[in-house]
Design a protein around this ligand. Structure first.
Ligand code: PEP
Length: 260
């Protein structure tokens, strides 16, 4: 049975107290549900406190970004060792907001992925086209280039420890979700690329998430598609009730699919 993988990206929101309240709401809301893989990615300032709160739960901790060096004169950056220090297991890399506002290239993202893997952090690698690229019908080319360049020299074994998130930039924070068919079309393409690059076994094991305006009322149709293994959720992960409802709806849809 597919185990839904739902990650929440809190972006630059939440003070420490707000973050702690949000985690308590999520923990209470999901109760003993263990059939879902759930990752939360708070801002850096809250990582340490949230890490303590997650010790008795199966929720996992992720960061939203990371520098490829382990230490050095990189003012304002955070290193993989620091993330390990607060017990992060995951790190989001290549998010479109990093690409767009901080000029991150595929080559730089590739360096980060390699370091994350070296220090046993699981990268959630984001790819996706802009609206202009989709309108120019270059979305497949763009995603292929992002995959080729950001996964350069990553071995099969390393690739087994990654997660891919397809996030069309035009759907992020806009309320305009990709249709389940649009998402599935790209995600089956990504699965094919992984197959060509790493073979069937690896391609079949890597979770491919969809991200872009996921909400409680659209997750069910998305998750029922064969190549949508879960979701990377931004805005809707900032409200505990919404995030919990997304998890519950994903889980129920998978159980319903099994019975039908
Ligand atoms: C994101 O930031 O990764 C994201 C998908 O945001 P939203 O859900 O708000 O579109």
């Amino acid at each position: 049975m597919k185990k839904p993988f739902i990650a929440g990206n809190w972006k630059m929101f939440k003070t420490i107290d707000e973050a702690k309240n949000l985690v308590q709401t999520i923990k209470a809301g999901i109760g003993k549900l263990h059939d879902c893989q759930i990752v939360i990615c708070p801002p850096y300032t809250a990582l340490c406190e949230i890490s303590k709160l997650l010790q008795d739960s199966h929720l996992e901790l992720g960061a939203q970004n990371m520098h490829p060096e382990t230490e050095g004169a990189f003012t304002g950056e955070i290193s993989p060792l620091m993330l390990k220090d607060v017990k992060c297991r995951y790190v989001i890399l290549g998010h479109s907001e990093r690409r767009q506002y901080f000029g991150e290239s595929n080559a730089f993202i590739n360096e980060k992925i390699k370091t994350a893997l070296k220090y046993s952090l699981i990268p959630i690698i984001c790819v996706g086209e802009t609206l202009a690229q989709r309108e120019a019908r270059t979305q497949f080319e763009i995603v292929k280039q992002q995959m080729d360049e950001s996964l350069k020299d990553i071995s099969k074994d390393e690739m087994m420890r990654t997660v891919i998130a397809y996030e069309p930039v035009w759907a992020i924070g806009t309320g305009q979700t990709a249709t389940p068919e649009q998402a599935e079309q790209m995600q089956s393409y990504i699965r094919r690329l992984l197959n060509e690059m790493y073979g069937k076994e690896v391609a079949g094991r890597i979770p491919i998430l969809y991200g872009g305006s996921v909400k409680p009322d659209n997750i069910a149709l998305l998750i029922q598609k064969p190549n949508i293994d879960g979701a990377l959720v931004g805005g809707a992960s900032l409200k505990g009730e919404n995030f919990v409802q997304i998890i519950m709806n994903a889980q129920s849809q998978i159980e319903a699919g099994l019975q039908s």
